[in-house]
Structure formats: structure tokens, C-alpha cells
Design a protein around this ligand. Structure first.
Ligand code: GDP
Length: 210
């Protein structure tokens, strides 16, 4: 990437527990999703080069909310951190509310342009990931898969995991790609930035974020 890192301008805006608390549905958004512990917060922090950016999504009471980030000079382009799925300790009632919230967001949000799905490269494509990917196909939403924590396995194992993942998804008729990623050593981060820049149409912006 030759341009400045526009993602350092990401700021936390608000947490929403209900759809009506979200910013007005205008502009462009990309949602980050994944099982809890897949490294969603670490990916956000790596992107912004800011170790405390995603701290808010770990605040008790906010782990079940949608956390909204936007750029300091452009609040019409946003990243939405969806609550991680696969919590062991969540009550049935909370799980149901969580499902309703995510469903409402994914199905109704006009600004949503793409999804970044984060998975542990050692355990990709769990049921909940497949549910999301099927939803992407139904709604024709593009998706970039980050096979995160690649620093924990060898290069060969990483390549195999990517190949197996893409092979398992080749029946999906959507724009889908998978990248070997590490929030720890930033492997694959340029690919993620490029995807976000494309989805958020940053270069086409009259008041370009850079
Ligand atoms: P979240 O629950 O999906 O937001 O996951 P976190 O970002 O909190 O990460 C969960 C755990 O995985 C933490 O201990 C992180 O330090 C660790 N982690 C996240 N990304 C990576 C990575 O790329 N490499 C390694 N080695 N650990 C990671």
C-alpha cells in the first residue's frame, strides 16, 4: 500500500444494543464478525495500529452489542464490530436477543457493503461461520475471510488451510476470498485494507479520507 494508513483515523462511536440505536442508515459500512476468541478485537487494533481501539467491545455489557467505529473525518464510512458468536456463558434469553439483533442488522441495513469473517486458521468453518456464509449468499453480500492466527502454524499448514477452506466454499455463488492472516505479525493486513477501501469506496470519495 502506498497511501497513508487511513485506518489510524478509526474512532469508536457508540455501542448499540438495539437497531434503532445505530447511526442513521446512510453511507457505507463493513461488518466484522466471527466467533468469540477468533481475534476480532485484535484485527481491529492491528488495522488501526492502536492496541486499545477495540477495548470497548470487551467492556462488560458491551460484548453483546454492535460496536460502531468510523473515521474521524468521515462518519459516513463505518466499521461495525458485530458481537462474537459462540459464547459459552450466555443465557438462552441473551442468545435469542443476540440472534435477533444480528439478524435485524444483516437483513435490514442498507449501508452494509461487505463482511469480514474472522476465523481461527486452525479451526475454520464452524457451524456458526457457515450460517453466516449462507446468509451472505442469500443476500449477495461479498465476504473476505481472515484465517487468523497464522503465526501459530507453519506456512505449509496455512496454505493448506486456505485451500481447504476455499474448496469447501466453492459452491457459494458470491464474491468470496480467504486470506492467511495474523493480527499479531500483520500478515495479510494489506489485503484486508484493500478490501475495506474497495467496499467503503474510499478512493472514490470527494473528501478522500487520506
Ligand atoms: P475476540 O474475542 O474475537 O475479540 O478475540 P481477541 O482479539 O480478544 O483475541 C482472543 C485471543 O487470541 C487473545 O489472547 C489474543 O491475543 C489472541 N490472538 C488474536 N489474534 C491473534 C493472532 O493473530 N496471533 C496470535 N498468536 N494470537 C492472537
Amino acid at each position: 500500500m502506498t497511501e497513508k494508513n487511513i485506518f489510524v483515523k478509526l474512532n469508536f462511536i457508540l455501542s448499540a444494543l438495539e437497531i434503532h440505536q445505530l447511526p442513521e442508515d446512510i453511507g457505507l459500512e463493513v461488518a466484522l464478525c466471527g466467533r468469540s476468541n477468533s481475534g476480532k478485537s485484535s484485527v481491529l487494533n492491528a488495522l488501526a495500529n492502536n492496541k486499545s481501539l477495540a477495548r470497548t467491545s470487551k467492556t462488560p455489557g458491551r460484548t453483546q452489542s454492535l460496536n460502531i467505529f468510523s473515521f474521524s473525518n468521515d462518519n459516513l464510512r463505518r466499521l461495525i464490530d458485530l458481537p462474537g458468536y459462540g459464547f459459552a456463558k450466555v443465557s438462552k434469553k441473551d442468545r435469542k436477543n443476540w440472534g435477533i439483533l444480528i439478524n435485524n442488522y444483516l437483513n435490514k441495513r442498507i449501508s452494509l457493503r461487505g463482511l469480514v469473517l474472522i476465523m481461527d486458521i486452525r479451526h475454520p468453518l464452524k457451524d456458526s461461520d457457515l450460517t453466516l456464509l449462507n446468509w451472505c449468499e442469500e443476500t449477495n453480500t461479498s465476504v473476505l475471510i481472515l484465517l487468523n492466527k497464522s503465526d501459530k502454524i507453519s506456512k505449509n499448514q496455512s496454505t493448506n488451510s486456505r485451500n481447504t477452506t476455499l474448496e469447501a466454499l466453492k459452491h457459494l455463488k458470491i464474491n468470496i476470498n480467504a486470506v492467511v492472516f495474523s493480527a499479531k505479525n500483520h500478515q495479510g493486513i494489506d489485503f484486508l485494507k484493500k478490501y475495506l477501501i474497495d467496499c467503503l469506496d474510499v478512493e472514490g470519495s470527494p473528501n478522500a479520507l487520506g
